[in-house]
Design a protein around this ligand. Structure first.
Ligand code: NAD
Length: 489
């Protein structure tokens, strides 16, 4: 069993706290590790180390700072398979899905390596006679990521590479449910030769998070996780005067128009709803069929759900792994039952799944429920499992109205061959990531990972220009140099 350590001020350190959280392989139930649940002492040590490293790191020229990212990119690529396997082992997603996650890690490092240009300011001469004005970007200081369990590697990389390239120093608090991937990534960060204290790792859960939110040296907080936690993080960090962005949960609708390409649409929607066992903030959760799409889509998505190969994600041919924990499985199965009792009809039932050789795993098979009433708990709650609800309407207007009724606004997609319908959807829909004939509208690293309504609290998002904005503060300098002061040589 691996011992989970913190990485503070360039040193691997055992936690002070005796309290731990058990980490199991979700497919085999094997105990992998015990995450130490750190508290204010470890958080203070990490924040102080990051603060101490800040002045010298900030003065390191940006072109030099990004050299560490180039090294990191190479190290991540060399260790790509090992990191992908670790993600599968602790999170449960398939190896191919884990590789996809790792590709996003590399992509974010690459984009952040453009910081010498990305963080340039701008200026104007003679804004008044003989007066010039310049905007320069400076780092904030100590910044933080608090991460969820579903992307153990990728999510900290929506933020950290941009932050350190811009001259900030950093603390990452991974999810206590998946601590192993960050242990490996920090071994690679260590190999880059980054100065002590520039990046730090603290393990734990609520206690560690609250200590970070309250710590006076922490200037910027980024969070990704469920909506109730996002609200808490946003409010508490803002109350403490910190810059904060908090990405929350989701309940993503996909609209299927009658003219959609049936085969393509079914395959993509199935991948969206059941990929990563539905544990993605961009998973399709509700399919809204318009008019005669109802018949063919219901039939084809049920076939796709029933034929999906479920098992241990390290094994070849497996298309879907387990959910993260027995509690999660129980909650998902409970929500399926609730959906049925609220008027839905379960067409493909994934409850009670038993996978030979992995009987102890947290498996829920793909599930399809039709006639889900819009006001029901199943229609409103984020399931975070492989469950697709079907709703049926007569027109695109009705579909858009159903989409916009929703509390969340992380993603909305449409499948159609009609450019007019697609444009209307794109224009009117209240969601921050929109897919047109796309089932997981995940922005590339050079676009912001948007998200609206209950899916996001803040102004600037992760990745791309938004990350540059978030991790820099603008300083505007207005200067006058009267001619008569100029010495003649
Ligand atoms: P979570 O909210 O339970 O935990 C996220 C992080 O917050 C963890 O590090 C955890 O230790 C910490 N935490 C949990 N409860 C806390 C509390 N009461 N006070 C302080 N800190 C607390 O989320 P999760 O279950 O790990 O992740 C799944 C959720 O993340 C889903 O809702 C999913 O939609 C969301 N998510 C959103 C996005 C996005 O971009 N919007 C991306 C990925 C995941």
């Amino acid at each position: 069993m691996e011992k989970i350590l913190n990485y503070i001020n360039g040193e691997w350190q055992a936690a002070q706290s005796a309290e731990t959280y058990p980490v199991h392989n979700p497919a085999t139930a094997e105990l992998l590790a015990e995450t130490p649940l750190c508290g204010p002492m470890e958080v203070d040590a990490a924040a102080c180390a990051a603060e101490a490293a800040f002045p010298a790191w900030r003065r390191t020229p940006v072109a030099e700072r990004v050299q560490y990212l180039f090294k990191l990119k190479h190290l991540v690529e060399e260790n790509f398979e090992d990191l992908s396997r670790t993600i599968t082992i602790e999170n449960g997603k398939t190896l191919e899905e884990a590789r996809g996650e790792m590709r996003r890690v590399v992509e974010n490092i690459e984009v952040a390596a453009g910081m010498p240009i990305l963080m340039q300011g701008y200026n104007s001469e003679d804004i008044a006679a003989g007066i010039d004005e310049t905007m320069i970007r400076q780092p904030l200081g100590v910044c933080v990521t608090i991460a969820p369990f579903n992307f153990p590697a990728m999510i900290p990389f929506w933020f950290m590479p941009y932050a350190i390239a811009a001259g900030n120093t950093y603390v990452i608090k991974p999810s206590e449910r998946v601590p192993l991937t960050m242990q490996k990534i920090f071994r690679l960060l260590e190999q880059t030769g980054l100065p002590r204290g520039v990046v730090n790792l603290v393990n734990g859960s609520k206690q560690a998070v609250d200590a970070l939110l309250d710590h006076p040296l922490v200037k910027g907080v980024t969070f990704v996780g469920s909506t109730p936690t996002a609200r808490h993080i946003y409010a508490r960090a803002a109350q403490n005067g910190k810059r904060v962005q908090a990405q929350g949960g989701a309940k993503n609708p996909i609209v299927i128009m009658p003219d959609a390409d049936a085969e393509m649409c079914t395959q993509i929607v199935a991948d969206s709803a059941f990929g990563s066992a539905g544990q993605r903030c961009l998973a399709a959760s509700v399919a809204i069929t318009v008019a005669e799409a109802r018949g063919w889509f219901t039939e084809s998505i049920c076939e796709a759900a029933a034929s999906r190969v479920v098992g241990y994600g390290l094994e070849p041919g497996v298309q879907m792994g387990p959910v993260i924990s027995p509690q999660s499985r129980q909650r998902i199965e409970g929500l399926i039952g609730k959906g049925a009792s609220e008027g839905g009809s379960v067409l493909v039932d994934g409850r009670g799944a038993v996978i030979p050789r992995y009987e102890q795993g947290n498996f829920v098979r793909p599930t399809v429920i039709t006639e889900v009433p819009p006001a029901s708990e199943l229609a409103r709650t984020e399931v975070f499992g492989p469950v697709l609800g079907l709703m049926h309407v007569a027109s695109l207007d009705e579909a858009i109205a159903l989409v916009n009724q929703r509390a969340y606004g992380n993603m909305a997609c449409i499948f159609t061959r009609d450019g007019g319908a697609a444009r209307k959807f794109r224009y009117e829909v209240e969601a921050g990531n929109v897919g047109i004939n796309i089932g997981v509208a995940a922005p590339m690293a050079f676009f912001p990972f948007s998200g609206w309504k209950e899916s996001f609290f803040g102004d600037m998002h992760g990745q791309g220009w938004d990350a540059v904005e978030f991790f820099t503060q603008k300083k505007v300098v207005i200067e006058r140099w009267p001619k008569e002061w100029t010495r003649k040589f």
